[in-house]
Design a protein around this ligand. Sequence first.
Ligand code: C5P
Length: 240
Amino acid sequence: MSSAKERLIVALDFHDFADAQNMVRTLGDTVVYYKVGMELFYAVGQKAVQYLKDAGKKVFLDLKIHDIPNTAAGAVTSLANLGVDMMNVHAGGGFTMMKRATETLKEVAGKMGVPCPKLIAVTVLTGINQNEWEELGQTGNIKGQILRLAKLAQKAGLDGVVASPQEAAILRENCGAEFLIVTPGIRPTGSDKGDQSRIATPEMAIGSGASHIVVGRPIIRAADPKAAAEDILRQMEVSL
Ligand code: C5P
């Protein structure tokens, strides 16, 4: 597997482009992989991705597409030409939607002669706890549902899933060594939990089989973001 640096994805959760640019400059060579999510993309659009690509960074475009198969396929087609490395759909959109999205992405990338972005599926958001899960009318446990959705995503031909670090081990065991397991909900020891529920430390996440960890606030809201990122890389290395 690749180095800690290639496996740390920093969430650029800003709505101001200048703030995002400053963060990328501050983190410098310490961080090579960034996540552009709804906050930044809805505020500034494609130029956020272009800025990162021009800076030689890798990009995970986290727009969590969730719609009927035809619309989801249209969405990935529109995003394919941005040159991102990874994007995602909600597994809750169903098998047919996931299959159409991944087939469309391969077809479009093939026609454009560019490497196909990895397509992963969001299972259950890491902010959802057992109480909220039951409020949604779900009777089974969260872990069982995550495993079911991950297997469905794998059957549909997707490259991996987004899941909480607490489910990484069971997913790694059931979905094989190559399956991407991208885990947000990372909190270094002693840091604020924020609105995340199913959390773990960087060391635990990597040790449980996560291929990548996504970290937002513990880095971008730190007094010294570069030092925070370096510290997280060190914690990841313990498990490599
Ligand atoms: O600030 P924090 O480290 O909690 O940021 C986590 C990032 O990962 C956020 O951008 C959030 O949208 C994203 N995310 C998540 N849970 C998922 C999918 C994405 O927290 N299941």
